[in-house]
Design a protein around this ligand. Structure first.
Ligand code: PEP
Length: 250
């Protein structure tokens, strides 16, 4: 049994007062039993958002982390700093980090290992760009990202890894992968995890879909057997749409 997860990636949106207002609205939301919800605000908003969430079951995540423990890495944030802000989940390898900040699979792998070594949970993002899908090489691309990102991660640690399949052509574009296409890729990812680790790990690992998921398409996405939740950008910025997504109809 995989616990469904709805995770909001707020990206570089919301000032502290705006983030607090959103968190306060979400804190009032009933999280259905057997589901997890996570919000990932910017670093500067982590502490005030945690406070605003109060006793809500919503967990706190962030969008990036450096792999080094401390020192002369201007502008970076370490695992211990995130732990001291009560972060539980770290998004690693988002396509925007890969495309805009030059993160390679090797860098992603160092970050994944550092998150796990700190006892935190990883949301590892993978996904192909449009040209790769048009060439029909999306499975190869995702397999390379998974194999590189998880290189050297022991099977036991994979219990704290959540995969987010985010076709880059669907992020922020309004173009969602069809539930069938997403489910097929999720099944492929599960097969890849079985080969990298074992069948038990593959069966237990949650695979989220990301890419223009919203309150109108969440029910049909969640109806698919290999889709275990969503990583949500734009639709996570409004309390009404994120709430509706947390409360998707099974
Ligand atoms: C994302 O960037 O993780 C994402 C899925 O964005 P959106 O939902 O806006 O496509």
């Amino acid at each position: 049994m995989r616990t469904p997860m709805l995770a909001g990636n707020w990206k570089m949106n919301k000032t502290i007062p705006e983030a607090v207002a959103l968190a306060e609205a979400l804190a009032k939301v009933e999280i259905p039993a057997g589901r997890e919800a996570v919000v990932c605000p910017s670093f500067v908003c982590l502490v005030p958002v945690k406070k605003a969430l109060g006793s809500s079951k919503i967990q706190l995540g962030c969008q990036n982390m450096h792999f080094e423990a401390k020192g002369a890495f201007t502008g970076e944030t370490s695992a211990e700093m995130l732990k001291s802000a009560e972060v539980s989940h770290v998004i690693i390898g988002h396509s925007e980090r890969r495309a805009l900040f030059g993160e390679t699979d090797a860098v992603v792998n160092r970050k994944v290992k550092a998150v796990l070594a700190a006892g935190l949970k990883v949301i590892l993002c993978v996904g192909e760009v449009l040209a790769e899908r048009e060439k029909g090489v999306q499975n190869d691309v995702v397999k390379t990202q998974l194999t590189g990102g998880l290189d050297g991660v022991p099977a036991a640690d994979l219990a704290r890894v959540i995969i987010a399949y985010e076709p880059v052509w669907a992020i922020g574009t309004g173009k969602t992968a069809t539930p069938e296409d997403a489910d097929a890729m999720h099944a492929f990812i599960r097969g890849t995890l079985a080969a990298l680790a074992n069948a038990q790990v593959a069966e237990a690992t949650r695979i989220l879909y990301g890419g223009s998921a919203n309150d109108a398409n969440i029910d049909s996405l969640m109806a698919k057997p290999n889709i275990d939740g969503a990583l949500i950008g734009g639709a996570a910025l409004k309390p009404e749409s994120f709430t509706r997504m947390i409360q998707y109809k099974a």
